[in-house]
Design a protein around this ligand. Structure first.
Ligand code: NAD
Length: 389
């Protein structure tokens, strides 16, 4: 898949106000909608019908992207102070690495951060860049870009990224010349950090929402050395690399988030190829990096252990529907987890409300991590196990 841009793309999508006033949307404790149904009710409460999305403008020029950003920032700055205890990220800039469609956690986190007022930059895996940009430009995501106030999430700029490579010297010749990569440039971690510094100066929030394990279908015992190392490289070292290169451009009191999975600490058959090891490493690194980043940069580091979601990556693993069904029958909360629930916790963790939380694994999984047994086992058939009404 050849990418069309060489320096990232401005994806700011202007919205046109039709009515002059929208009713003010009351925020919950987290300041944003709590789950999918909440988004919808908020949408109907607010001013969806009073705004019409225009075609997203697509421009690779740095000037136009910065102009779009200035507009987004000044609109946010003009907002009146919210009452209560809101998640307020106005004036903050976030880079979310690992967004290539509107199904995954990266997209949902971007939306929650945007809903709380942050400016959004995303990093998209180079082989997926072309299709992501084309879909954005054609309005394919317009329905899922709607924020609680009825406006569309604006992405100030999309950067091509491959988090497996730290700098150009590390990129093998066959990748450089691969037609999926040759249409893009400056996509190593170091170069993306440099481009963002040049374009925007600093960021406040860094999100790592990416993982890859080429042998994920294989049990650990059958995983090759290369497969194992590739899983750790793409899914855990990539976070260290991002932090190493982005901390110098992160403002003090900034926050970083990654996404982990319960397979790091409990056996989940089917999550193979060293992916369970990679998530364990990510969680351990979260603690060490929290110390180092806290002391040196006053930046917080946390990871969200998320429950199962039918994302593109999860579908590729092959057993996501089973995991969702398992959670429905066994978790303390018997409902399907929505990506927004994870996005909203990420927004909270990145906000000043979470200023004392660092080095933590935060579970957003309907409580499944707390269970010691699967209550759907026939062994418990004789027990009176309560079911959620
Ligand atoms: P997703 O497909 O939306 O996100 C994965 C992203 O990683 C994709 O956008 C892909 O293009 C990107 N990517 C892969 N290799 C990359 C590389 N080398 N450089 C840059 N980007 C790369 O799927 P998701 O499930 O939302 O995954 C996001 C995070 O959430 C992952 O860390 C995943 O392990 C974690 N997670 C997912 C689930 C789940 O059930 N879906 C549960 C717990 C944790």
């Amino acid at each position: 898949m050849a990418a069309t841009t060489t320096h990232g793309t401005n994806m700011t999508a202007p919205t046109r106000r039709v009515a002059s006033r929208c009713p003010v949307v009351k925020s919950g404790v987290l300041g944003v909608a709590i789950k999918e149904t909440s988004w919808n009710s908020l949408k109907s409460l607010s001013c969806v019908s009073s705004r019409e999305p225009l075609m997203p403008s697509l421009s690779a020029s740095r000037g136009s992207s910065v102009k779009g950003v200035t507009r987004a920032m000044s609109a946010a700055a003009a907002k009146p102070t919210l009452p209560g205890l809101p998640v307020d990220l106005r004036g903050k800039r976030a880079f979310i690495a690992g967004v290539a469609d509107d199904n995954g956690y990266g997209w949902a986190i971007s939306k929650s951060l945007a809903a709380a007022g942050a400016e959004i930059l995303v990093g998209t895996w180079v082989p997926a860049l072309n299709i992501f940009e084309t879909s954005l430009r054609r309005g394919k995501f317009d329905e899922t870009r709607v924020l609680p106030d009825g406006s569309l999430m604006e992405i100030a700029k999309v950067y091509p990224l491959d988090a497996v490579y730290d700098n150009p010297a590390e990129v093998p010749e066959d990748v450089k010349t691969n037609k999926r990569y040759s249409g893009s440039s400056k996509w190593t971690v170091q170069e993306v950090a440099e481009s963002i510094k040049e374009d925007f100066g600093t960021i406040d929030i860094l999100v790592h929402s990416l993982a890859n394990g080429p042998e994920v279908h294989k049990p650990l015992l059958e995983t090759s050395r290369n497969g194992y190392l590739a899983a750790v490289s793409a899914s855990s070292y990539s976070f260290i690399s991002l932090l190493k290169h982005f901390l110098p451009i992160m403002n003090p009191e900034g926050a970083t988030i990654s996404l982990t999975y319960i397979a790091s600490e409990k056996i989940i058959p089917g999550y193979g190829g060293g992916m369970s090891s990679a998530k364990s490493a990510l969680e351990s690194d979260t603690r060490v990096l929290a110390f180092e980043s806290g002391r040196k940069h006053n930046v917080r580091v946390n990871t969200i252990s998320a429950g199962p979601l039918r994302s593109r990556a999860a579908k590729a693993i092959g057993f996501i529907d089973m995991m969702i069904d398992y959670s429905l029958v066994n978790a303390p909360l018997q409902k399907e987890l929505s990506a927004e629930e994870v996005g909203n916790v990420a927004a909270f963790l990145c906000s000043p409300l979470a200023s004392a939380i660092t080095g933590s694994v935060i579970y957003v999984d309907n409580g499944l991590n707390s269970m010691g047994v699967g209550v759907d086992s026939p062994t418990f058939a004789g027990l009176d196990i309560p079911k959620q009404k």
